[in-house]
Design a protein around this ligand. Structure first.
Ligand code: NDP
Length: 315
């Protein structure tokens, strides 16, 4: 918390093509941690003493753009500010009649798309296959597992509390759940939950959990390297098992996934997710914190597993 600072600033004057907006929901996401390190990544690092930027849903208060009017709700990559001026072109209108506003930061936003496109584009699921998801009770993981069930897969989730494991089965329809914090032998527990081996591994956490999954992969299996939250706070390169022999032995694919690489598939993905949500095939799960001051703590709490589903802050 001592690395964060709050300050007051003048709101810029509105220019042609811009809107004055008031933030309603702020997304906190594990990848923001990566932007706080000055290392080579798929997104540029944050600059010191500048506002942090993340997904935000805001209401238009004043407009000098023909695209947006006062009262519209918009989504965009915006600064952590209560009020700000933004270019209308960089914002997307969202429809509060179709879904809750916060859903556009999660299941109908970046994390929902990550789940859908990661699973379908790299996982290439076939009915009857076995899918293992780590970080399973979080924003991406909970949607991956539910889509897996819609597509007819045997779905096993890995999460950090018994309550979350129970939720995977009762709320999201997973077939099995494993608590990685209390299970002594993860390799054996995964094998037991996946009697036919693993065809697809949707990896949100990396590290030791993912090492144990590797022991159970099938021939021609696919791993989606979506996230590695277990190592995001490491200051030294972690020692991990060597993946190559596992992949060779099983002719297995392991591929990194970055949501921005699939921009041309985003609108079709949102259409599919909206349809499943409206048909009640997908359940939207969120942890909602309140107040601008609670944004930094909400971000830190992701690394302690204090969220279920998508963590958002309501202003
Ligand atoms: P989540 O909602 O899943 O929140 C993070 C969760 O990670 C926590 O709730 C916690 O659950 C788990 N976690 C925290 N620390 C550890 C640890 N040391 N070991 C194992 N699990 C841990 O976040 P998101 O759904 O937003 O993101 C999930 C992953 O997907 C992240 O790694 C993120 O960076 C990545 N991502 C990647 C994208 C891409 O384009 N590549 C896009 C979006 C997300 P628990 O209680 O189970 O430990």
């Amino acid at each position: 918390m001592t690395d964060f600072d709050f300050s007051k600033a003048e709101v810029a004057e509105l220019q042609e093509g811009e809107v004055l907006i008031s933030s309603k929901y702020v997304s906190v996401d594990p990848y923001l941690r990566g932007r706080m390190s000055d290392t080579d990544s798929y997104v540029v690092p944050f600059e010191l003493n500048k506002p942090i930027v993340s997904g935000i849903i805001a209401e238009v208060m004043e407009s000098k753009s023909s695209r947006l009017s006062k009262g519209n709700f918009v989504s965009g990559s915006l600064q952590w500010k209560e009020t700000q001026v933004a270019k209308a072109d960089g914002l997307m209108k969202v429809d509060s009649d179709k879904a809750s506003l916060s859903a556009y930061l999660g299941i109908l936003g970046m994390t929902g798309l990550t789940a859908y496109l990661g699973l379908t584009e790299i996982g290439k699921p076939k009915k009857g296959e076995t899918l293992v998801v780590s970080g399973a009770a979080g924003a991406v993981g909970s949607v991956v597992g539910q889509i897996g069930k819609i597509l007819g897969l045997h779905v096993v989730g890995i999460a950090g509390t018994d309550e979350k494991v129970e939720m995977l089965k009762s709320e999201f329809g997973f077939d099995e759940g494993i608590n990685y914090k209390t299970t002594e032998n993860m390799r054996k527990a995964i094998a037991k939950a996946c009697p036919n081996g693993i065809d697809i591994y949707f990896d949100n956490v990396g590290g030791e959990i993912s090492d144990m999954v590797l022991f159970n992969i099938n021939k021609f299996s696919r791993t989606i390297n979506c996230g590695a939250i277990s190592v995001y706070n490491n200051t030294e390169t972690p020692k991990s098992i060597s993946v190559q022999p596992f992949l060779i032995r099983k002719s297995s694919l392991m591929q990194g996934f970055v949501i921005s690489d699939y921009a041309e598939k985003h609108s079709a993905g949102i259409k599919q997710l909206t349809q499943w949500l409206q048909e009640d095939k997908l359940h939207n799960s969120e942890t909602i914190r309140e107040g601008f001051d609670s944004i930094p703590q909400a971000l830190l709490d992701l690394f302690e597993g204090k969220n279920k589903g998508k963590m958002v802050v309501k202003l």
